[in-house]
Design a protein around this ligand. Structure first.
Ligand code: IDP
Length: 144
């Protein structure tokens, strides 16, 4: 299986609950490695640009408000099948529909404030990684 990279964002609700470490543990326990990370308080323009694909959706304004309501923790995850694996670990968009043991089931409160973002395809992962990280900020593992 191919080694892939994907973007993960711990959203402002989960940062506010002080569960960054607990969420990181889910990645590491499932074989995903953090190869870049930064904390950032997104500007409105950054949030709008990141979610531009959703700009016609009725919840776009609410989504931008939420994503700029506090700092986020953004990381590049690397591992076998990383895009799909991260989506599996995250759980369904609406935590009410998320499987037991997923991040959203355990840490999210609503379909809007749902703890984490994860790229939904390898193509979008490449775009989203480039949106937040310069190539020099990514640190391939040299010790396993
Ligand atoms: P995903 O994050 O599971 O990929 P998307 O459908 O791509 O889900 O939606 C992007 C984000 O937009 C969601 O994670 C959530 O924060 C927000 N969102 C999606 N649907 C709704 C909604 O019905 N009301 C409010 N926010 C929503």
């Amino acid at each position: 299986m191919a080694i892939e990279r994907t973007i993960s964002i711990v959203k402002p609700d989960a940062v506010g609950k002080n569960v960054i470490g607990k969420i990181y543990d889910r990645f590491e326990s499932n074989g995903l490695k953090i190869v870049a990370a930064k904390m950032k308080h997104l500007s409105r323009a950054e949030a709008e640009g990141f979610y531009a694909v959703h700009k016609e959706r009725p919840f776009f304004g609410e989504l931008v408000e939420f994503m700029t309501s506090g700092p986020v923790m953004i990381q590049v995850l690397e591992g076998e099948n990383a895009v799909a694996k991260n989506r599996e670990i995250m759980g369904a968009t609406n935590p009410a529909n998320a499987d037991v043991g997923t991040i959203r089931k355990d840490f999210a409160d609503s379909v809007g404030e749902n703890a984490v973002h994860g790229s939904d395809s390898a193509e979008n992962a490449a775009i989203e990684i480039a949106y937040f990280f310069a190539a020099t900020e990514i640190c391939p593992r040299t010790r396993g």
